[in-house]
Design a protein around this ligand. Sequence first.
Ligand SMILES: [Zn+2]
Length: 544
Amino acid sequence: MKETLHIYTRVSTTIQEEDGTSLDTQRDLGEQRSQKLGMKCQVWNEGSQSSSKDDLSNRPVLTQLLQEVQDGNVKHVYVWNTDRLSRNIQTWGLIRLILIKNEVHLHTPTGELILSDPQTNLMLGIMSEFSQYDNLLRTERFRLGKLQRIRDGGWKGGPPPFGYRLDEGELVVEPKESVWVVKIHEWYRDGLTPDEIKTHLMENGVMTRRGNPVWSLGSITSLLSNTHYDGYWMFEDGKSGEVIRVSCPRICPPELILGVKNSKEKRTYKKGNKREKTSVSKHPYLVSKLMKCGNCGLFYYGNIKKTQTSYYHCGSKTNKYRDKGTDKYTECGTNRNLRLDTTEKVVWEEVKSVIGSSHLFKETIKREVLGEERVFTETKKDTDLTKKQIERLEREVEKITTSIVNLTTENILSESRDLKGVVKKLEDKRLETEVRIKELTSKLSEKEDENRWIDWLKEYKDRLDKLDDLTPKERQDFVRGVVSEIVVHELDNQRHKLEINFLFPYVGDRLEYKDETNKSLGYEIKGGRNRKNKTLNLLKKFTS
Ligand SMILES: [Zn+2]
């Protein structure tokens, strides 16, 4: 009985068909081989299979052939190249084991491979390693190719975000959707909740990408945090961790993105405030990080008690137990804690009195505020004007947008009417207006930066007369603005000396005119000191 040569053919989809490896060629060569061997032949054609998942589950024909081998019906197998059987080491090992066990002769165009021969085994092993390596290389090349395409502005794959469509692998603006992208941002900026935005979208018949007229709150929230509308997106390569910033057409103007950002911050801030109210209110300690122990040099810490008297205590006491036996351990001889209310009151009164009567301080304020008054009022007038202008332009954009939306809707309803030209003109006008708004807004923010400190100083001067109206936090800022440090000396069991060191010689300065008889010749400020001492009992309740 004539033996049969079982010809197994397969091509891989990911490899371009190399010369001489097409299914037909593989079969023809196999048939030639069978004639040479004087055998009948039977073709087992796997066809075209992906090599990415290279195991038997993906090779139904090969599995069938191996079954025949195990059943003892196949003694001669022909493959064009051993990698037709498998490029995967484990799979190839399994196949080889089955072939060897069943004493199958494996034929290739170059002759028979004796599978059990150690040298052939080694060679086959190496060849298989090479195909494995080849596969890895191909995967890597594919990954690098994709990264390069992304770097060149290509889309990463998958559906494009709402507001865009794909054109030759790149994101381009989808006008019908982008109108709504802008709208959603504007609504959010103007204080609408995602739920209200959802209602608006529904009322306007805006469909999601999947054709759903009901938007989920999650999709609205995630749309609002999409960076694409700001003209870029980030891609992180899972393997290398490399992050690529890719530019794409901007849908929302920068000032709108900024508006949304501010609105978001405001909302989280509000939430944060609520949270803070329920927790223990944070007391701004008037002299924390300012008041030091004259004995050991550590800062004093405040400790607010709800039911007991609150104290400031030397830092050595806080860390006493934690640091004991370490280098950080500080031995301090102070015995008494300072009453918090008394200490803060005394410091505040002293600072107020020194600053309130300091010519130097007044002079500083005068130079900084009054000297700039002209500039200030001018820029103020200017910014007010710009703000009005922006508001007017924004209303215009709003109107244009509404018209566009209405016209677009009409257009959908009556396809016969060609309103495209009108809409196009309106879009141009809107863009033009938005660019103008953008210019004005950036001009305005520059101006506002410029004005901020002038504003602050002006307000500050007004408040100098009403210092006691300041909130605890403002008092803390004020003290920090003029005092460099406060040193506490424990004199005895009763009395402490507070040494208040000011940043500038505000203490006891005086104003001397160059000529008392002719004040217009100017004056000088003289004789100030930086330090003010105050000795008192800080253990008692303060009475002035
Ligand atoms: Zn101390």
